[in-house]
Design a protein around this ligand. Structure first.
Ligand SMILES: [Zn+2]
Length: 450
């Protein structure tokens, strides 16, 4: 595997963006890694430390990186990190300059980027402009609106180590300037030109605001392409957000390609360097999204079902990049539902509020109890069809607490699925859900004295 990052501390996060490509090479000669050597979950271990990017840009590393572009007349901040790390990150950056903060640019409304805004209150009160994408107030609002639901169903399962933050506080900050999609906002501080670019869509939502330094060809990207680089975008998030528009993301990737950046400064992990490498990885990402979109549309029009398309659409080898965060099969379904909604014109009952589940008890009764169902589930499992086995267990489950045999089979199924998931894409959400389900099943077995 070719990876353009090297780890100087094995098992840690000191990943240095190293790209050595002779300038005579065209991007066609650049090899794009199919996977990356780190994962989103590694961010939890990221140390808070100052990293000097060059002679005028500093980065305070953390779960979310915070950047400061220093000029003799004032400093520009990009992103603010998570609430519980922001004060220390701010302190590290302000040790580097006593000039006033003129602008705080927020990449998008996720808490690992805007969560630290309150730490900069003093600077905002002193007149620093708070700059966001035009869609930021909207996304910030809907994340707040669904917070109770997501906290209850998601956070403990998918992000078990998270504590409930001060979301209401950081979400209450209102931008003093918003940037429209086709109207970049330009400003100049201390003879450095800045250009904020509002993306049409991104791998992490519709409110991605990028900061471009045209004289230096450096682009601060937030989570424009997600937390890994390069990665299949998360058009559908298991964590529970709006579906993301692939066509808008393709347009935004084209816009970035036109800039020809020589360095990307992402909000997670390390800088990405090398004009050709960046061009090639952005191209591969864009072409992969377009490919999955085209194949999905083609399949829909030719009469295939969404499940058939989820099973069969794969990236061709030259467009394969990590699915450690976004996942192709989930993106297929996201594209389908974004374009055509959730009714598949198969079962008319799907239009009404009575799920299939409501007749599971009848099926158990007709089968003569759960034993024949468990036996059939075991047979499917033995034949390597663990998803069919899991469906049958879910049917049997409605008739009361699961028997030990059912729990043991469920655990074996989940462990096999987890092993496969880890050995294929090691997708954070997929492995997170499978681990959480296996844990619940083990707990249920223990409660029954196993
Ligand atoms: Zn992020």
């Amino acid at each position: 595997m070719t990876d353009h990052r090297t780890s100087s501390h094995p098992g840690s996060l000191f990943l240095v963006g190293l790209v050595v490509v002779a300038s005579s090479l065209s991007s066609a000669d650049v090899v794009v890694p199919k996977d990356v050597s780190y994962r989103a979950r590694d961010l939890e271990k990221a140390p808070i430390e100052l990293v000097r990017i060059n002679d005028f840009i500093d980065m305070a590393r953390g779960i979310g990186n915070v950047f400061m572009i220093r000029t003799p007349n004032g400093n520009v901040i990009y992103d603010t990190g998570v609430p519980w790390q922001a004060a220390r990150q701010r302190e590290l950056l302000l040790e580097r300059s006593d000039r006033p903060v003129t602008h705080i640019v927020i990449s998008h409304a996720h808490g690992d980027h805007n969560g630290g805004i309150p730490a900069w209150k003093e600077n905002l009160d002193a007149g620093a402009e708070l700059v966001t994408h035009e869609r930021y107030p909207y996304t910030n609002r809907i994340y707040g609106d669904t917070d109770e639901y997501l906290w209850r169903v998601r956070t403990g399962t998918l992000y078990p180590i998270h504590e409930r933050g001060q979301a209401a506080e950081f979400r209450s900050y209102v931008p003093t300037r918003t940037v429209d999609v086709h109207e970049d906002y330009h400003f100049e501080v201390g003879e450095i030109r800045f250009q904020t670019i509002a993306a049409e869509n991104s791998a992490e939502g519709e409110d991605a605001l990028l900061l471009w330094l045209p004289d230096h060809e450096i682009l601060l990207t937030g989570d424009f392409y997600g937390c890994l680089y390069p990665m299949v975008p998360n058009l559908y998030t298991v964590r529970g957000e709006k579906l993301r528009d692939p066509l808008g993301y393709v347009n935004a990737l084209d816009r970035l390609l036109e800039l020809e950046p020589k360095m990307l400064l992402p909000a997670h992990f390390d800088p990405i360097r090398g004009k050709q490498y960046i061009a090639k990885t952005l191209e591969v990402t864009r072409d992969g999204v377009q490919y999955v979109y085209d194949e999905t549309v083609k399949g829909m029009n030719s009469g295939k079902s969404v499940y058939e398309l989820m099973r069969t659409i794969e990236l061709p080898p030259e467009l394969e990049i990590t699915q450690g965060h976004g996942k192709v099969s989930w993106n297929v379904r996201a594209i389908w539902e974004l374009l055509a909604g959730w009714f598949y014109y198969e079962d008319v009952a799907d239009l009404y509020a009575v799920p299939t589940k409501e007749v599971y008890a009848d099926l158990v009764e007709l089968a003569g109890g759960t034993d024949p169902i468990l036996a059939r589930a075991q047979r499917w499992f033995d034949q390597g069809e663990e998803l069919k086995a899991l469906r049958l267990l879910d049917i049997a489950k409605v008739s009361g607490p699961e028997k030990k045999t059912a729990l043991r089979l469920r655990l074996a199924i989940l462990e096999r699925m987890l092993e496969r998931a880890v050995n294929t894409h090691d997708n954070m959400s997929e492995t997170g859900i499978l681990r959480a389900s296996a844990k619940q099943t083990r707990a249920a077995l223990e409660a029954r004295g196993e």
